[in-house]
Design a protein around this ligand. Structure first.
Ligand SMILES: Nc1ncnc2c1ncn2[C@@H]1O[C@H](COP(=O)(O)OP(=O)(O)O)[C@@H](O)[C@H]1O
Ligand SMILES: CC(C)(COP(=O)(O)O)[C@@H](O)C(=O)NCCC(=O)O
Length: 166
């Protein structure tokens, strides 16, 4: 993978591993969405890592809301049934804002990336928060839970071959 970044070492190793797997598994151009502590979107064209967008992750956004706004309580976003858009209690309103807000952020950024490159992209999501959010996205986004592990394995195989030769 050819990384287009000012300082190559800055790119997170989790993103490098997931991108290597995404290149091997999905058609280009790809946007790889990683929903962990941060939510990041990486654009990969062919074998070139074009760049990244880093945003606050789901739990960070939720914690910030209850920690910084005096009247907002800490809440859980885990619910048995789907969350409605309009809240009728503070808890429901916060849950809707965080979940639909995050989903809209992802949908909106994907649209902007496609506009900026003038092509539609294959989108794959990974990270522990992805299943919580993807159900609220307007755009169908494939979930691949094992992208980092697949990428680490591919990198291990590549390096093992190199060192066996040397
Ligand atoms: N397999 C999983 N199923 C459900 N939740 C998960 C899973 N893995 C991680 N999580 C939760 O999802 C969130 C993000 O996890 P993760 O993607 O591992 O973040 P990070 O890459 O920042 O460590 C955390 O709150 C974690 O508890
Ligand atoms: C963007 C990240 C914080 C995402 O980490 P995560 O939420 O997956 O734990 C991590 O990949 C990182 O620290 N990256 C370094 C900066 C960069 O990738 O440009």
């Amino acid at each position: 993978m050819n990384i287009k970044a000012e300082i190559h070492n800055q790119l997170g190793s989790d993103i490098v591993a997931s991108s290597v797997a995404a290149i091997a598994k999905y058609p280009s151009p790809i946007v790889m969405v990683d929903m962990g502590t941060a939510t990041s979107l990486s654009l990969i064209v062919g074998s070139v890592y074009e760049g990244c967008i880093i945003m606050p992750g789901l739990a960070l956004a939720l914690d910030a809301l209850s920690e910084r706004a005096a009247a907002l309580p800490p809440i859980s976003i885990e619910t048995a049934s789907p969350v409605g858009l309009m809240g009728h209690t503070t808890e429901e309103a916060m849950r809707s804002g965080v979940l639909y807000g995050h989903a809209s952020m992802v949908d909106g950024m994907l649209e902007r990336i496609e506009e900026s490159i003038g092509q539609s992209v294959t989108t794959v999501a990974t990270g522990g928060n992805a299943p919580r959010i993807l159900r609220y996205c307007k755009r169908p986004i494939q979930y691949d839970a094992d992208l980092i592990m697949t990428g680490l394995y591919l990198l291990y195989q590549k390096n093992a071959k190199k060192y066996r030769k040397a």
